[in-house]
Every structure is written in C-alpha cells, then in structure tokens.
Design a protein around this ligand. Structure first.
Ligand code: CU
Length: 146
C-alpha cells in the first residue's frame, strides 16, 4: 500500500482546534487525519468539565480521514478534552488529545484513560482499506459538517 515514508498517521487538524475557546459547545467535534484511519465507537471520547465522556456518537467519513463526534450543544461551559485513539494504515495505533474550552476554562481534568480499542474490530477495518464503522443515521449528520 503506498503510504508516505513518514511512518505513523497523525492528526492534521481539528474543530475545535487545540487550545481554542468557544462560546458554546459545538454540535460536532471533527478530527481530520493525514490518512484514512480505523476507528470504533469508543475511539474518541469528549470529556466534559464533569470528567465524563459526553460524546453522543462517533462516526467516520467515506474518505476515512475525518472522524466526527456528535455533541449536545447545550453542554456545560468549562474545559473540554477530546481524546482519540485510531488505527493508521501502517497498523499502528495513534492516540492524542485536543483541549478546548467553552467560556472560561475549569480546573484541570483528572487522568481518565481511553479504553483500548477492540482488536477484532480493528482487523476488520484494516481489511476494508481503513474504512470506518459508520452508523447510517449518523452518516447523514456528517454530511452537514462538511
Ligand atoms: Cu506507525
């Protein structure tokens, strides 16, 4: 498979971007990777000021480079943290986080750990060329994002 020599996949951009301050919780958090990635429904958590995962649903785009998380725009103000763990084309799992705040930042969040992805699901995704698990209902949602 023709992949860049640059080894692991990486996050290209996100919305909200890291460190940004929003007026409201966005109705979607979108992560854009440099190449198609594999995800499962637990691949992305969006941790709210209460320390809980507030993501409603995780879905990928048909190009495989976008991962979108539906959110409730009526969520709380404070510090938010997006935590992701995705599978790159080279078979390596890459994880990272994006911090943003809504209104004023709140005290730092505790060290919640992202649950490991199910290995079986990842193997299926790789076999399908890096395409993502996608719920049809949420797929319509994603079209509104781009
Ligand atoms: Cu790698």
């Amino acid at each position: 498979m023709p992949t860049p020599a640059s080894a692991h996949t990486d996050l290209l951009s996100s919305n909200p971007s890291d460190g940004s301050v929003m007026d409201f919780v966005p109705d979607h958090v979108v992560l854009e990777f440099v190449e198609p990635v594999g995800v499962d429904p637990d691949s992305v958590q969006v941790i709210g000021p209460d320390g809980e995962d507030r993501a409603i649903g995780v879905l990928g785009s048909d190009t495989g480079r976008l991962v979108s998380v539906a959110m409730d725009p009526n969520e709380k103000q404070g510090s938010w943290q997006v935590r992701y763990r995705v599978l790159g084309l080279d078979g390596h799992v890459v994880s990272g986080r994006v911090d943003f705040s809504v209104g004023e930042a709140s005290p730092a969040l505790g060290g919640l750990e992202l649950s490991p992805l199910a290995a079986g699901a990842l193997i299926v995704l790789v076999a399908a060329g890096g395409y993502l698990l996608m719920a049809p209902r949420l797929a319509r949602d994603l079209e509104g994002v781009r």
